[in-house]
Design a protein around this ligand. Structure first.
Ligand code: G6P
Length: 369
C-alpha cells in the first residue's frame, strides 16, 4: 500500500500532487499545436445542432456539481447560451423542461452516480443531446451519454475528490471555449491566447503545490476553528462551495460557503470572535466587492484567511493570512484558487487524527438514490 501511495502518507495527498500531470494530460491532447482548434474526439454534436441549442443544463452531484457551477459561469459568459447548473437529486424530480434544442452536460468522476445517471436518462427521453464529462472509461454514464469528454485523471482512490475535480474543470474550460468558437463567439486569435494560458496551467499548479508547508502551517494555526465560512463572488463562489465541502468531508468541521453579497442578508449574524473566514478574491473583476465583504466580517471579530492572485498584495492589510496563487486568464482561476483549499482541508484532517482517505459515512461512488 505504501508503494501504491508513492511514499505519500495518504492517497489524497498523492492525488493532490498528481494534479500538474492530470491537468496536462486532460488539456494537451485536445490542444494540438498544429491546429488552431480544440480537438474533442468523442464529441459528435454538430455545429447545426449546436446552433439550435437554446438552453444548457449541467447536472451532477457533490464535487462534480461545483464543476457545473463553474461551467455555467463560463459558458454563459463566452457562448451566450443560458445555463442552469443543478444537483441531479433535485433536477430529476422536478419535471424539467427539455427538448431536442436542449443540451445536457453531466459531470461524474465514477460515471455511476445513480441520480446523475437518472438525470441523463430523462434528458435522453426528452430528445436532448447529452455530453458526459467522465473519468472512468467504460462506466455507465460514459456509455449512455451521446458524447463523452474524458477527464484523464487516472484512478482516484481517496474518497474526497481532488485531482478528478481539477480534471473536470479543465474539461469544462475546453468545452466552454469549443462551444463559443463553434458559435462564432470567440475569434481564432482569442483562442490562441487562451491556449497559451492553458499550456501554462500545469506549471502554475506546481507553483501552488510548492507552498504546501506554508499551507500546512495555516492548517495548524486554524485547526481549532469551530465555524468556517467560505465566501466569494462569481467564479470564486463556485470555488468556495468546493472548499467548504472538502473541510466538511474529511475534517468534519462545520463549514459553509456563501455568496459574499449574501452575507449581510443573514449569515453575518453567525460571525463571532474566532470564526474563520476563507475569503476568495481570485475573480478579479469582483475583487473590490469581495474585499469590502471581507472587511465587514473582519470588523466582527473573525479571523480571515484570503486566497488571492499573486500581485493583489494589498489584501494582506486586511486579512490575517493570505495564500497567493499565480495569475492566469480569468476563465481559469478556479483551478488554481481551489488547490490551497484541498491542502488546507487535508492537513486539518490529518491534524485532527481523522481517516483522511476513508472519511466516516461517505462512499466514493453513490449508486443508490
Ligand atoms: C460521492 C463522493 C463525492 C463525489 C460525488 C459524485 O458523494 O463522495 O466525492 O463528488 O459522489 O460522484 P461522481 O462519481 O458522480 O463524480
Amino acid at each position: 500500500k505504501a508503494a501504491q501511495k508513492d511514499g505519500y502518507d495518504h492517497y489524497m495527498l498523492k492525488e493532490i500532487f498528481e494534479q500538474p500531470k492530470v491537468v496536462k494530460d486532460t488539456l494537451a491532447p485536445r490542444l494540438p499545436m498544429d491546429q488552431d482548434d480544440i480537438v474533442l474526439d468523442n464529441i459528435t454534436l454538430t455545429k447545426e445542432v449546436l446552433e439550435k441549442i437554446n438552453k444548457i443544463y449541467i447536472v451532477a452531484c457533490g464535487t462534480a456539481s461545483y464543476t457545473g457551477l463553474v461551467g455555467k459561469y463560463l459558458i454563459e459568459r463566452v457562448a451566450r447560451i443560458p445555463v442552469v447548473a443543478e444537483v441531479a437529486s433535485e433536477f430529476r424530480y422536478r419535471d424539467p423542461i427539455m427538448d431536442e434544442n436542449t443540451l445536457m452536460i453531466v459531470v461524474s468522476q465514477s460515471g455511476e452516480t445513480a441520480d446523475t445517471l437518472a438525470a441523463l436518462r430523462l434528458a435522453k427521453q426528452a430528445g436532448a443531446h447529452v455530453i458526459g464529462i467522465v473519468n472512468v472509461v467504460g462506466s455507465t454514464i460514459s456509455r449512455d451519454a451521446d458524447d463523452v469528454l474524458y477527464t484523464l485523471a487516472g484512478p482516484e482512490i481517496a474518497v474526497a475528490s481532488t485531482k478528478a475535480y481539477s480534471a473536470q474543470l479543465c474539461a469544462m474550460y475546453l468545452l466552454s471555449i469549443k462551444i463559443a468558437m463553434e458559435l462564432g463567439k470567440l475569434s481564432k486569435d482569442a483562442f490562441i491566447e487562451l491556449r497559451k494560458e492553458l499550456y501554462l496551467l500545469p506549471e502554475k499548479v506546481s507553483q501552488v503545490l510548492s507552498q504546501v508547508d506554508d499551507i500546512k502551517a495555516l492548517a495548524d494555526k486554524y485547526i481549532n476553528s469551530k465555524n468556517v465560512f467560505y465566501i466569494g463572488r462569481g467564479l470564486d463562489f463556485a470555488v468556495s462551495m468546493e472548499g467548504a465541502l472538502k473541510l466538511k468531508e474529511i475534517a468534519y468541521l462545520h463549514a459553509e460557503p456563501y455568496a459574499a453579497g449574501e452575507l449581510k442578508h443573514g449569515p453575518i449574524a453567525l460571525i463571532e470572535d474566532n470564526s474563520l473566514l476563507v475569503g476568495l478574491t481570485a475573480h478579479e473583476e469582483l475583487y473590490d466587492k469581495t474585499v469590502s465583504n471581507i472587511k465587514e466580517v473582519k470588523a466582527r471579530g473573525a479571523n480571515v484567511l484570503a486566497i488571492a492572485l499573486e500581485d493583489n498584495k494589498d489584501i494582506s492589510k486586511i486579512a490575517d493570512d493570505v495564500i497567493y496563487v499565480p495569475r492566469t486568464h480569468w476563465m481559469f482561476t478556479s483551478l488554481l484558487a481551489n488547490i490551497p483549499q484541498q491542502i488546507f482541508a487535508y492537513y486539518i484532517s490529518v491534524g485532527l487524527g481523522h481517516d483522511v482517505d476513508k472519511p466516516r459515512n461517505l462512499a466514493k461512488s453513490v449508486t443508490v438514490e
